[in-house]
Ligand binder design. Structure first.
Ligand SMILES: [Fe+2]
Length: 217
């Protein structure tokens, strides 16, 4: 694992914006920059150069997409979350949900997968989990660390840390609830639609539905 020696090059930033164009939906300029910085820090501290190079899996070896990388999941969760938010904002204008925090949270919720999926880290943990843990840090914990390094608000770091089962130990923020629900929905619908390799379904999903065969190409 390399330390925090982020080379936030223009090329790195351009790749992030190309893979995650929903960053442009963030209205606040500082938040948009911090969101890009978080990915730049995470990528430059890992073996990956592009978001799309990170495997499209929920956790290593589980719910592996038949096609496509992690960018599809991040974009999809962000879009589902914005869809939920737009519905509630339209139907219940008295309900106050922070749109920018939801979008930044959707983009950054899995930023720690750069660490959890890194082949170098996987090799070390598989060689001696007794020494490092297996894994040493799951992606929500590492992701929260990256968000704070990038100067993102606590509310976005909270989404990275608590969108997953780690959040069952706390009371989640409203914006974290929106991302948590979109994240779960994305994986369930993707898996039930037959987009996930069937041998990698979790026991919970395998009990829940029979995946539909994909249309012939
Ligand atoms: Fe996710």
């Amino acid at each position: 694992m390399k330390g925090f020696a982020a080379e936030l090059s223009d090329e790195l930033r351009a790749g992030i914006l190309a893979d995650l164009p929903e960053i442009d939906l963030i209205a606040d300029e500082a938040l948009r920059r911090q969101t890009t910085d978080a990915w730049a820090i995470a990528l430059s501290s890992s073996s990956f150069r592009r978001v799309r190079d990170i495997p499209g899996e929920a956790t290593p070896g589980s719910l592996i997409l038949k096609e496509g990388g992690q960018d599809l999941h991040l974009r999809g969760v962000t879009r589902l979350a914005v869809g939920h938010l737009d519905y509630f904002a339209g139907a219940f204008p008295q309900a106050e949900i922070d749109r920018d925090i939801v979008i930044a949270g959707g983009i950054c919720h899995d930023v720690g997968k750069t660490f959890e999926f890194d082949p170098e880290n996987q090799r070390r943990w598989n060689a001696d989990g007794s020494r490092y843990g297996w894994p040493s840090l799951r992606h929500p914990i590492y992701g929260a660390h990256v968000c704070l390094l990038a100067g993102l608000p606590e509310s976005v770091a909270h989404i990275a840390a608590c969108h997953s089962p780690e959040g069952n130990n706390v009371r989640r923020s409203l914006e974290c609830i929106v991302i948590h629900e979109a994240d779960v929905a994305w994986w369930r619908i993707a898996a039930a639609s037959g987009l996930v390799r069937p041998e990698t379904l979790t026991p919970e999903f395998a009990r829940m539905f029979d995946p539909r065969p994909l249309r012939a190409a």
